[in-house]
Design a protein around this ligand. Structure first.
Ligand code: CA
Length: 274
């Protein structure tokens, strides 16, 4: 435990303890935080990775006004470090950074955790959008963006991450698919699918996080073995069977998207509504 000497430190939790260590090392990272940070500990912390102060400063203030805690990282390296030390609820990630490409940061963040990521970029082609999502981002916003628009997206992603589907609600509906976890029953367009135990568990693990990337490691430990270590070949085998039963073509999937080197993403309800 590090004694930071910061006022009110005694009341702060473990993660905030780390925060204060960081504050002391580099106070510049913290210019955004207001003077009443202790009273608003429960605010979701947003790590905003953006080198342009003309964007990061006003938007950070907008986030703070909307009840979030904003922390700015100006480089790729700083983003990775702060994501590890501050455990933000969500990362808002710019594509163009002075020391690297935001896509590499996205890939690396995703390799380390399931934390939600929204990519931010000046480019707006469909290809870029897909690339962002394939890297494991949860959503994508094109610059120039409006504050309220991004804040709405942040809320939506956070809701999706911790909402009813992420919770223990028994029946999950995504598009024409219905997964009843209590009865261990799956219907597609009203027709019941015959799934093996592992296939069901795999599907449930993905559907619970529809719209989000689920890492291979997460699936292995949830569906197979908590202490799993080693090959994930069995995962691919079962995924192949599951896809076949869903009638999903891996080359042009409707439901289960592969995020290469990371894991899989079940389509969000909005995607399936199209
Ligand atoms: Ca930038």
């Amino acid at each position: 435990m590090v004694d930071t000497g910061f006022q009110g430190g005694g009341k702060q939790g473990k993660s905030r303890g780390k925060t204060m260590v960081k504050r002391r090392e580099n106070p510049d990272e913290w210019r955004v935080r207001g003077p009443y940070s202790e009273a608003v500990d429960a605010r979701p912390r947003i790590l905003f990775v953006e080198d342009e102060r003309s964007i990061s400063e006003p938007f950070s203030h907008a986030l703070e006004r909307e009840g979030f805690e904003a922390v700015v990282a100006q480089t790729a390296a700083e983003a990775l470090r702060l994501a590890d030390t501050l455990d933000p609820a969500l990362v808002l990630l710019d594509l163009m950074l002075p020391d690297g490409d935001g896509r590499d940061v996205c890939r690396e963040l995703r390799r380390r955790s399931d934390r939600p990521i929204i990519m931010l970029t000046a480019r707006g082609t469909e290809t870029d959008r897909i690339v962002g999502l394939e890297l494991g981002a949860d959503d994508y916003v094109v610059k120039p963006f409006s504050g309220p628009e991004v804040i709405a997206r942040i809320r939506a992603v956070l809701r999706r991450t911790s909402g009813p589907n992420g919770g223990k609600e028994s029946v999950i509906r995504v598009g024409e698919l219905e997964v009843d976890r209590g009865a261990r029953r799956v219907t597609l367009d009203g027709d019941e699918l015959e799934l093996s135990r592992k296939e069901f568990d795999l599907l449930a693990a993905l559907v619970e996080r529809a719209g989000r990337v689920v890492r291979r490691e997460t699936l292995m430990s949830e569906v197979w073995d908590e202490n799993w270590f080693g090959s994930t070949k069995t995962l691919d085998t079962h995924m192949g069977w599951l896809r076949r039963k869903l009638g999903d073509d891996p080359a042009s999937p409707r439901f289960i998207h592969t995020v290469r080197g990371v894991g899989f993403r079940f389509a969000a309800p909005e995607e399936l509504a199209k």
